[in-house]
Design a protein around this ligand. Structure first.
Ligand SMILES: Cc1cc2nc3c(=O)[nH]c(=O)nc-3n(C[C@H](O)[C@H](O)[C@H](O)COP(=O)(O)OP(=O)(O)OC[C@H]3O[C@@H](n4cnc5c(N)ncnc54)[C@H](O)[C@@H]3O)c2cc1C
Length: 412
């Protein structure tokens, strides 16, 4: 019987192993860590946001080929994921489109996957680091635990995102050894470190904001925008809207572009509404200090830093301050521009942007120039937005790669 190897037992690797074994494949998974699927436990703050009902490949996987993604999600998509888990006894709950296990425990997702591997007699070799792969008729997989031979091989090693820093042979070292190109994996879904001495004073603030990311590189300009709960840290900006923008900042900074973030602390107002608010607030606070005028609208730490950045003394009375200076303060609160220096490192990111280009694989997830080799999950150059899209990619690509490796690609 043909032997199928799966290198890396994370979300996509376990899904691939289950799909291949269900179709009769004889499957072995090789996992570097002491247990399979450990990263799943950390997902969604321990609740595992495993997919999302609000799903548009073009929007949710920026930078990827939406046509190819749509075709794959058409074969194994969000409803297939729900059916996969529910038909095996794990109920899924929908929270405004975000899908979680009903008990909100990521461990339940992992336990279900582990139980399936066991049921299907998938051989699990943990604490086994794959060091090198070569093709010698079969795939010869060299590990720190001896050599393994496979007829078909699925690589599902993920990336270094969320992994402690350190020296180990990752999936991209393995694909490089096989002669496959890679788009440099860079941090995504992560916080951004920004210039400025005031961040320590702002640390701990959480507030609604709109963030515009502006990229300038050799006369070219790009702009991206996100709104939501902004988190200010002692080194810069974080929170979901910043995570969503980080992939663009990472790539631009790697290309030595100039990147700034423009923070609007009044995202709920349009221009006219904001002007009306300004006039009303100036009138209401005529006899108070500037500090109160600012604090009455903004988190105190933000109010203090913005006043200071405008050269205004918090104790000055509104009526004794030039109107132009007060208006400048409002404008600053509407557009507080900071320079972005770098993203947080991969170890503090949820995913990477980059990986093996999709052009390297066929529609069956098989590597075009190496028959019998399949790639899935984060190893491919696909990164999704925050909100369950990355796990959905892992489930979909893993499932389809598993079917293909078992020779049953037509059964999705
Ligand atoms: C903190 C955190 C929270 C997240 N929350 C969410 C969320 O709620 N929703 C969502 O959609 N996404 C979330 N993600 C992203 C999601 O976890 C990943 O996109 C997904 O796990 C990728 O699956 P994968 O199978 O490609 O890689 P991984 O899950 O990373 O699995 C790769 C496996 O390969 C193993 N491996 C690597 N190299 C080798 C080697 N040389 N030899 C043997 N084994 C090897 C690794 O140990 C690992 O077990 C989160 C990520 C992090 C870090």
């Amino acid at each position: 019987m043909e032997q199928i190897g799966v290198v890396g037992a994370g979300a996509s690797g376990m899904m691939a192993a289950i799909a291949a074994a269900e179709k009769g494949g004889h499957v072995t998974v090789l996992e570097r860590q002491d247990r399979v699927g450990k990263k799943i436990l950390a997902t969604g703050n321990g609740r595992c946001n495993l997919s999302n009902r609000d799903f548009e490949p073009k929007r949710d996987y920026p930078g990827s080929d939406p046509k190819r993604l749509s075709a794959w999600f058409g074969r194994f998509g969000v409803q297939d994921t729900v059916d996969f888990f529910e038909s095996r006894g794990l109920l899924i709950v929908d929270k405004n489109g975000y899908l979680y296990p009903r008990n909100l425990q990521a461990s339940a997702v992992l336990e279900l996957l582990r139980a399936q591997l066991k049921r299907l007699a998938v051989r699990q070799v943990c604490g086994c680091k794959v060091l090198h792969i070569r093709r010698d008729g079969r795939f010869v997989v060299q590990t720190d635990n001896g050599e393994y031979l496979f007829d078909r091989l699925i690589l599902s090693c993920g990336s270094r995102a969320g992994q402690p820093e350190g020296r180990f042979c990752d999936g991209f070292d393995l694909t490089a050894g096989l002669g496959l190109p890679v788009v440099e994996p860079l941090p995504a879904l992560t916080a951004l470190v920004c210039e400025g001495r005031f961040w320590k004073e702002l640390a701990g603030v959480r507030c609604q904001a709109r963030i515009g990311l502006r990229i300038r590189c050799g006369g070219q300009k790009q702009e991206y925008e996100e709104a939501g709960e902004l988190q200010l840290t002692e080194y810069g900006i974080s929170g979901i809207p910043v995570f969503q923008l980080s992939r663009f900042a990472s790539r631009a900074l790697a290309q030595k572009a100039q990147v700034t973030a423009c923070i609007d602390f009044f995202p709920e107002y349009d221009e006219a509404g904001f002007c009306a608010l300004m006039e009303r607030q100036i009138r209401a606070c005529r006899d108070t200090s500037l500090e109160w005028l600012a604090y009455g609208m903004l988190p105190k730490k933000v109010a203090q830093v913005l006043l200071k950045s405008c050269g205004l003394s918090p104790q000055s009375l509104v009526r004794e301050t030039q109107e132009g200076q007060i208006r400048a303060f409002f404008e600053r609160a509407r557009a507080f521009v900071v320079s972005v220096i770098r993203p947080n490192p991969l170890s503090q990111s949820q995913v990477c942007t980059g990986g093996v280009p999709l052009a390297q694989i066929g529609d069956d997830f098989g590597v075009r120039k190496i028959p019998g080799l399949y790639l899935c999950g984060e190893m491919l150059d696909v990164d999704g937005r925050c909100g369950g899209y990355n796990l959905q990619w892992a489930w979909s690509s893993g499932y389809l790669a598993g079917l293909s490796a078992a020779g049953k690609a037509d059964q999705a």
